[in-house]
Structure formats: structure tokens, C-alpha cells
Design a protein around this ligand. Structure first.
Ligand code: 3PG
Length: 207
């Protein structure tokens, strides 16, 4: 399947969101949209994540909903069946990448080394998630990769905050960043949708 470049251009920040109670899914997605963020990466880290994905896909047409934490071909299939409009993995194996590329949605494979970047590039993809961005080397590492491999655009994720995002976004090979800071667990479970909207506004203003 095609590149995920267009997915990287929706928002300067892709919120990486974990939801335990599916009743929270739609309000969280609406709060993000209200703050100007029209994309959500819902992690498959809870038992009910697919149900949350389904609800957002069905009830919040204004948001592009993707599934994150795809670790296996079966999870990729389940996510697409639940309505995922793009897929994100923290890393890739040849088996997982082959499988995801057969599905009819954009794929953002996770990479952390130059060899992994080249492996994904060989498959024709030029949009990738750089994970875990902070521990793997941060902005300096991405800047260094950009010299020999300028064709690849990254969405660094992992350890990024509102404060550190601009340093990544200033790089020519970074289109957007990912982060969980827009949807803190306390705000989700405390149903503080106004807080999520405020955090989304701050993220949207990074554009
Ligand atoms: C991810 O899955 O991309 C990360 O868990 C998000 O990282 P963060 O919580 O450090 O933003």
C-alpha cells in the first residue's frame, strides 16, 4: 500500500492515545477535534482498544483514526476490520511489514536504526515513525540520518513533550511528532475533556 506521507501532514502532533474504557473513546476524539487536532493514533494496549477504535471510526467522522502498537499481522487485520484508517507499528519485521503493506490503508512503520530505515525504504515507503525517539538519539540523530537519506520523512515518537517538539519539528526530515502528552491518563479517566482540548490547542499551535 501507498505511503503514509499524507497522514504525517494532518497535524504537527499525532496524539498517541490509550483508552481503557470505550465510553471515553468518542469524547476524547471530539475533544481533540475541538482543539484543532484531527488525527488520533489509538494504541492497541487495552483489551477494549478495538471497540474504542470502532466507536471513533463510526461516530467521529472529523478525525482520522489510526491504530498504533501493531505488533502482529493479526492485530493489523483486526484494526483494519474495526475501522483503522492507518496503521502504526513501533518496529517492523519482514513478516509484519509484508502483511501490513497488503492492507488497504497507509502504514507508518517504526524504525530506530539506519539499517531499518533502509529496509523500509527498499519497500518503497518514505514516511516512517522514529521510535523511541528520545532514547534512540533525539533530534541530533534524526539530523544525522537526514544527511545521507534526505528522502525519508519521520514522525518521531517516544519521550517528546510540548517543550521538546519544536526542536524536532524544525528538522527538514520531520513532518510531525507523536506523543501521549495530549491525553494524560488522569484527564481521560477523570473525563476532563476541556483539558484535552486545551492540550490539543497547544499542539495544533505548533504548526
Ligand atoms: C508510542 O507508543 O509511540 C509511545 O508510547 C508514546 O510515547 P510517549 O508516551 O513518550 O509520548
Amino acid at each position: 500500500m501507498a505511503d503514509a506521507t499524507s497522514v504525517l501532514h494532518v497535524s504537527p502532533v499525532i496524539p498517541v492515545v490509550t483508552i481503557a474504557d470505550p465510553q471515553h473513546a468518542v469524547p476524547v476524539a471530539r475533544a481533540l477535534v475541538d482543539g484543532g487536532v484531527r488525527i488520533i493514533e489509538l494504541t492497541l494496549r487495552t483489551d477494549s482498544a478495538l471497540e474504542s477504535l470502532k466507536r471513533i471510526a463510526n461516530e467521529v467522522p472529523d478525525i482520522l483514526v489510526g491504530a498504533g502498537t501493531i505488533l502482529s499481522p493479526a492485530q493489523a487485520d483486526d484494526a483494519v476490520a474495526a475501522g483503522a484508517q492507518f496503521l502504526v507499528s513501533p518496529g517492523v519485521t519482514p513478516t509484519l511489514l509484508d502483511h501490513m503493506l497488503q492492507l488497504d490503508v497507509p502504514v507508518l512503520p517504526g524504525v530506530a536504526t539506519v539499517g531499518e530505515v533502509l529496509g523500509v525504504l527498499e519497500r518503497g515507503l518514505t514516511a516512517m515513525k522514529f521510535f523511541p525517539a528520545g532514547p534512540a538519539g533525539g533530534p541530533d540523530y534524526l539530523a544525522a540520518i537526514g544527511a545521507p537519506i534526505p528522502a525519508v520523512q519521520f514522525c518521531p515518537t517516544g519521550g517528546i513533550s510540548l517543550a521538546s517538539a519544536p526542536e524536532y519539528l524544525a528538522l527538514p526530515n520531520v513532518t510531525c511528532v507523536g506523543g501521549s502528552w495530549l491525553t494524560p491518563r488522569a484527564a481521560v479517566e477523570g473525563e476532563d475533556w476541556a483539558k484535552i482540548t486545551r492540550l490539543a490547542q497547544g499542539a495544533a499551535a505548533l504548526a
